[in-house]
Design a protein around this ligand. Structure first.
Ligand SMILES: C[S@@+](CC[C@H](N)C(=O)[O-])C[C@H]1O[C@@H](n2cnc3c(N)ncnc32)[C@H](O)[C@@H]1O
Length: 267
């Protein structure tokens, strides 16, 4: 595992005395400090551990609520019915009878990956931050025993890997999906909170309203150099294409746009 997140940025805390053992184990696993009270910590963010759940909590005066990854949440169910999923499916090339494998090279909180798996794709989620990769794996384990049949089915099609995607060679034929950091694209409190959490996890390099990674363009270069039939990049609706590189076509929604680079035929 790489360790991009500086240890003093993130602390681990148990939410109750019965979760202390689990929190201590996870802190060791992620090589992060364990604290007894996250509210008085000088870190930017806390990984809050309960007996059977975990969440990311921003540490600041009047902190917003915690951010969890829960593929069976009402919010994910709501999103399932939204039009943006259909656009994402079209962008990667979902079609009845076609079996697609997607490499989500910027997995983050796994929302888009779950949508793609729910649309029937097999999805490899690659996330560079160990703490997010750990949370994604936890969420996947919970989804695999969800009461909801479609959540269980989607979870079976997902796999998580903690790595910098740029050091990987994509399996031939997989579609590569990129959603690097980009300016706030939503107005809901939940979206803003998630962005703030991702920003805090990335430390001082991150500034909301700017691209967090100076390597986003290199990530696109990496993707285009793979043996892939298609690269899809999520962008804010009116932003320039990543690295100024014009896509083959774009699929626009209300707030986001999917830039599609066609490099070959889908199987
Ligand atoms: C905007 S978030 C992705 C959100 C995601 N699409 C979702 O639906 O939750 C971008 C994520 O990509 C990760 N990332 C950026 N560059 C990466 C790389 N080269 N390899 C792996 N992960 C990367 C960041 O750590 C961050 O968690």
């Amino acid at each position: 595992m790489n360790n991009i997140t500086a240890a003093d940025h993130v602390v681990v805390a148990a939410v109750s005395s019965s979760a202390f053992g689990r929190a201590s184990h996870i802190a060791k696993q992620l090589t992060l400090p364990l604290v007894s009270d996250w509210r008085v910590s000088t870190a930017a963010i806390a990984l809050l551990i309960d007996i059977d759940s975990a969440a990311l909590q921003l540490i600041r005066p009047r902190p917003p609520g915690p951010v969890m990854i829960d593929f069976a949440s009402p919010r994910m169910e709501y999103r399932r019915k939204g039009g943006q999923n259909e656009l994402l499916g079209r962008a990667v090339g979902v079609r009845q009878g076609r079996s697609l494998t997607i490499l989500d090279a910027t997995a983050g909180l796994g929302r888009d990956a779950f949508v793609l798996a729910d649309l029937g794709c097999r999805v490899m989620l690659v996330e560079q931050l160990p703490i997010l990769a750990w949370l994604l794996n936890e969420a996947l384990a919970a989804a695999q025993i969800s009461a909801s049949e479609h959540v269980r089915a989607a979870a079976k099609r997902m796999q998580v890997r903690c790595a910098n995607s740029m050091f990987l060679t994509a399996e031939s034929g997989v579609v590569i999906y990129l959603d690097p950091m980009f300016p706030d694209r939503g107005h809901s409190a939940a979206v803003k909170k998630e962005l703030a959490v991702l920003q805090a996890l990335h430390g001082d390099n991150a500034t909301i309203g700017q691209s967090i990674s100076a390597t986003d363009e290199q990530l696109l270069e990496w993707a285009l150099a793979q043996s892939t039939p298609r690269v899809v990049v999520k962008r804010p609706l009116r932003a320039a294409p990543l690295g100024g590189k014009a896509p083959s076509h774009a699929i626009a929604g209300k707030a986001v746009r999917f830039d599609v680079y066609v490099l070959g035929n889908l199987a």
